[in-house]
Write a protein that binds this ligand. Structure first.
Ligand code: ACK
Length: 985
């Protein structure tokens, strides 16, 4: 029995042991909380003593005592049970004990100790009673901060020591603790073993779990938080767990989701009448005006009935409604403009995005006869989406009643199902402008054309300029339409699709503007819809006023193909008569008996051609007076020519300069051999040649005013339009003669036209000329040679397809040169740009002061498709008619251009119709050669044909005979009508 055990037992009776734990500690063992026996082992048996007392709460106090202070060499061990490590990496052992001061015990010096030792041993599992002190690792020697004495005992003063030691890192699943006494007087009152953790916590609307710190106290554990209910991450919430189990450095946060707000660290649903539209650290808001929320947690408030929220309106915005209609709608009108003005609506619906739409209705006498008319009018700036309370309307018709409805709109107008309210005003445009034409009637029709006519308006204050005929396929419903103009109250529209419904409208144009469109006229073309001509996209409109003259066509191609072989063997021996015969057989001669051109190049010996086509002049008859210019081969002089028995005449003498080679001589004289074949008042006349003496000369009639281009430049603006048209008529007449002769000029330009003292223009310069050869299309192609780009038709430039049609193109350019008094065509544009522009559809605009009719003729000459260009016969005929009706030259292009919708370039040029065109329009093209061969080569002659004539020329099918005869009747009517009108083109 040891001295101290009994002594300590009485000492600790009645001591209160405070039991506490902190939330960041996980307790693995606390002897104060063990209710039953502890079951610790002691070695030896008489060493440590286990005493269990009860505290005032009747809970056990497990105390271990030892006090063998008088006996030397004490080695008493007390060993705990196996303690599970759990998640701990480092454990803390907290000991509370009392220790007796050795000095206060007599006779114990040398044996009494005032420390004890603490050991541990890691094991994965308990191993029962075995205890080997040698396996244990010492944690520390424990000494008391305060020891007690006999006096303390007497005063019953408790001097309890608390010591904490940490152990780690721990690796095994558990461990034992052991206490070694080496001769002290100790009472071990409690043993608490714990490890530290950062406890579960909520911070910044995120939860962070229990987290065990690292053993290394200098490094922190980063922990990512999870947002609490109805919260969402804003920046990733994070905390760091420190070694002492404290949370450090909060980062990021969660925020309450839409419909929830933060109250006391949690997210709470918005109350009814409130909403929260965005996640964030904001409170729920009261619903905006004209909106409400019924349930809890609303993210948006719903609009009251009759109020709306546009797609892009924010939820914070009040609900709004469509505006009321505009107020005070008024108009102001002059001849060309109608200005509508109004005041903004009294109620904008609570919005600022106010716009206006204008709708137009044109109404007849009956109230329900209204049709929409926006498409007919032009609105400035536009009809829809107006932001200002005003709009200007143009292009309105005279004599019409327009009702304009102005609607106010805002961003929610489309959402409202209520009928929209508009402000309306009816405007009568009856300002003395043109009135409506009478009903349209069909005169005749074929599967792809129709002739229409209509009653002229009865009263017009201003003269009618023309009529606009608008037509479209009914199925297309105005998606695309064509239009054309005509001066006569009738039109032939061709290029229509067979078996297709068309809608036609006509309106009048005067200087006062357009009339309203006539009532629609609908017509379905006859025929099989598969029978659509290959050029169906192209609409050729032929004004009935256009009356063609002769169109000289080539008809005997087939015949020639059979007989034209091997003829070149005989070339050298042929006379011009032979050649003409051959040319005729080759299809170059329109009619037997008409003299045709013979190419001098077809003569093996050119002198033979010279001999045949020119007269040799004795040079003694020529008196050279002065040099007037320089030609390609030498000077050009003026002088006099005497002919026995005739009056002396003025001549121009072209000379061939000395030192020429034979080829130059031949080329020089070649022009004379060509010129010598012609005899026409508008072709420069060859008087003769001097070839048998030097210098070699070509003598031609003298043209006092020299070349046309420089003449016009010198007399800019000096002539009347009629004089200019007279010059053009002369040139056209000369060209008609050349084309009739089968001659293609190739270099028709104002510089190659000479003008005499009477302003008579004559075609000259046959240097570039070539005869037509075996081409069945009567056009000649060649390689090489200089091409005057600005004057030459595209197909001649592109693949040298020269023909009378390409001469017609050049003629259009000459017209332009004449009407602009010698301006350079296409000004300073490069040749390449000219080619590209023409290809893109660009055409020379009308020169200043140019009558519409002449520019139309030019444009007609510049049609890309060469077969659509006018023939010279048509040009002459047209110009003749203009000269006879000078008033037709009054409308100038400038006047037209000042009116909308009349870009001259976009117009169709329906001025000409030949018999061929007419046959095309009635789809009887196959009989062209029959008509020509029988001499029906003008519309006038065709208009007189009888059914017998039609049969006689070889139209055998009865259906075709009928079609031609009925078309002839219409033609008669039209020609008569035109004559009555006195306006022939
Ligand atoms: O512009 P012009 O005065 O007219 O200058 C040229 C020049 O000779 C070189 O060709 C003029 N010319 C040519 N043929 C005749 C002619 N038959 N009568 C008068 N001048 C002519 C041309």
């Amino acid at each position: 029995m040891s001295f101290g055990n009994r002594f300590f037992a009485s000492l600790f009776l009645g001591i209160t042991i405070s039991r506490f734990s902190r939330c960041n500690q996980v307790v693995l063992l606390d002897t104060t909380s063990v209710l039953g026996e502890l079951g610790w082992k002691t070695y030896p048996i008489n060493g440590w003593d286990a005493i269990t007392e009860m505290d005032e709460h009747n809970r056990p106090i497990h105390t271990f005592q030892v006090c063998n202070v008088m006996e030397p060499n004490q080695n008493n061990w007390l060993r705990s049970n196996w303690i599970s490590r759990q998640a701990a990496q480092k454990i803390y052992v907290e000991l509370r004990f009392t220790l007796r001061d050795c000095n206060s015990i007599p006779w114990v010096s040398g044996t009494c100790k005032e420390t004890f030792n603490l050991f541990y041993h890691e094991m994965d599992e308990a191993h029962g009673v075995k205890f080997k002190p040698s396996q244990y690792t010492k944690i520390d020697t424990i000494a008391a901060d305060e020891s007690f004495t006999q006096m303390d005992l007497g005063d019953r003063i408790l001097k309890l020591n608390t010591e904490v030691r940490e152990v780690g890192p721990m690796t095994k699943k558990g461990f034992y603790l052991a206490f070694q006494d080496i001769g002290a007087c100790i009472a071990l009152v409690s043993v608490r073993v714990y490890y530290k953790k950062c406890p579960f916590t909520l911070m910044n609307l995120a939860s962070f779990p229990d987290t065990v710190p690292r053993v290394d106290s200098s490094s922190l554990v980063e922990v990512r938080g999870a947002c609490i209910d109805h919260a969402e991450e804003r920046d990733t919430p994070k905390l760091f767990c420190g070694a002492d189990g404290d949370w450090l450095v909060p980062l990021g946060r969660c925020v309450c989701s839409i419909g929830y707000e933060e109250i006391d660290g949690s997210c709470v649903a918005c109350r009814p009448g409130f909403y929260k539209a965005y996640a964030g650290n904001i409170k729920c808001s009261k619903c905006p005006p004209h909106s409400l929320s019924y349930g809890e947690g609303a993210s948006i408030c719903r609009c009251e009935k009759g109020f709306y929220r546009a797609e892009k309106d924010p939820p914070t915005m009040a609900c709004t409604r469509p505006p009321s209609p505009p107020r005070n709608l008024m108009f102001n009108m002059n001849d060309t403009c109608l200005m509508l003005e109004w005041s903004p609506p009294s109620d904008t619906g609570g919005r600022r995005d106010l716009t206006y739409n204008v709708q137009c209705k044109r109404c007849g006498p009956a109230p329900n006869q209204c049709q929409l008319c926006e498409d007919e009018l032009r609105f400035l700036p536009r009809p829809l989406g107006l932001t200002n309370a005003t709009v200007t309307v143009t292009d309105f018709s005279s004599h019409a009643n327009y009702t304009f409805e102005i609607e106010s709109l805002n961003g929610v107008s489309d959402l409202s199902s209520f009928p929209r309210q508009v402000a309306a005003i009816t405007v009568s445009t009856d300002q003395g402008g043109p009135s409506l034409v009478g009903a349209i009637k069909k005169d005749w029709a074929s599967p792809n054309s129709i002739a229409l006519s209509w009653q002229q308006p009865e009263e017009t204050t201003l003269p009618i300029i023309d009529y606009e005929v608008k037509y479209y396929e009914k199925e297309q419903e105005q998606l695309s339409y064509s239009s054309t103009r005509t001066r006569a109250p009738s039109v032939i529209v061709s290029g229509l699709k067979p078996a297709t419904w068309y809608v036609f409208n006509v309106r009048t144009r005067t200087a006062g503007g357009y009339s309203a469109y006539s009532p629609k006229y609908e017509y379905q073309t006859t025929g099989d819809s598969s029978d659509i001509a290959s050029d169906q996209g192209q609409v050729l409109v032929i004004v009935t006023a256009a009356v063609g003259g002769f169109t000289l066509l080539v008809i005997l191609t087939l015949f020639l193909l059979i007989t034209g072989r091997c003829q070149w063997y005989f070339k050298a021996k042929m006379t011009s008569e032979d050649k003409r015969r051959t040319d005729y057989q080759n299809g170059h001669v329109p009619f037997p008996g008409i003299k045709t051109y013979v190419d001098p190049d077809t003569y093996e010996d050119p002198t033979q051609a010279i001999h045949e086509f020119t007269k040799e002049i004795d040079p003694s008859r020529i008196r050279i007076e002065r040099v007037i210019g320089a030609g390609e081969f030498g000077e050009v002089c003026s002088g006099r020519l005497r002919t026995p028995g005739k009056k002396e005449i003025a001549v121009a003498i072209k000379t061939l300069k000395g030192g020429y080679v034979e080829r130059q001589r031949r080329d020089f004289l070649r022009e004379a051999s060509i010129m010598g074949q012609f005899d026409h008042p508008n072709i420069i006349r060859l008087e003769g040649v001097v070839t048998k003496s030097r210098p070699v000369m070509i003598v031609v009639e003298y043209m006092e005013n020299g070349s046309l281009d420089s003449f016009l430049r010198q007399h800019d603006g000096h002539f009347t339009v009629i004089q200019l048209v007279g010059m053009l008529r002369g040139i056209a007449s000369g060209m008609k003669y050349l084309s009739d002769m089968g001659y293609v000029h190739r270099d028709l330009a104002a510089r190659n036209i000479l003008v005499n003292s009477n302003l008579v223009c004559k075609v000259s310069d046959f240097g570039l000329s070539r005869v037509l050869e075996d081409d069945p299309e009567a056009a000649y192609t060649t390689t090489g040679g200089k091409i005057p780009i600005r004057w030459t038709a595209p197909e001649a430039i592109a693949y040298r397809k020269f023909s009378s049609a390409s001469d017609a193109w050049s003629y259009g350019i000459v017209m332009w040169e004449v009407m602009s008094y010698g301006e350079r065509p296409y000004w300073e544009m490069s040749n390449q740009d000219v080619i590209l522009s023409i290809e893109e559809g660009y055409r020379l605009p009308a020169p200043m002061g140019c009558p519409v009719a002449l520019h139309q003729l030019m444009l007609h000459c510049w049609q890309k498709e060469r077969n659509h260009r006018p023939k010279f016969v048509d040009i002459v005929s047209f110009l003749d008619k203009l000269i006879r009706n000078p008033s037709s030259l009054l409308p100038l292009v400038e006047d037209l251009q000042s009116l909308p919708e009349s870009p001259a370039e976009d117009m169709d040029y329906p001025m000409f119709v030949s018999v061929g065109d007419w046959l095309d329009s009635i789809k009887m093209s196959q009989y062209k050669s029959n008509f020509m061969a029988a001499g029906f080569n003008t519309l006038d002659s065709v208009a007189r044909m009888s059914i017998e004539d039609v049969r006689r020329i070889g139209v055998e099918l009865i259906g075709h005979q009928r079609r031609i005869v009925s078309s002839v009747q219409t033609l008669q009517f039209q020609l008569l009508h035109e004559q009555e009108k006195g306006f022939h083109v």
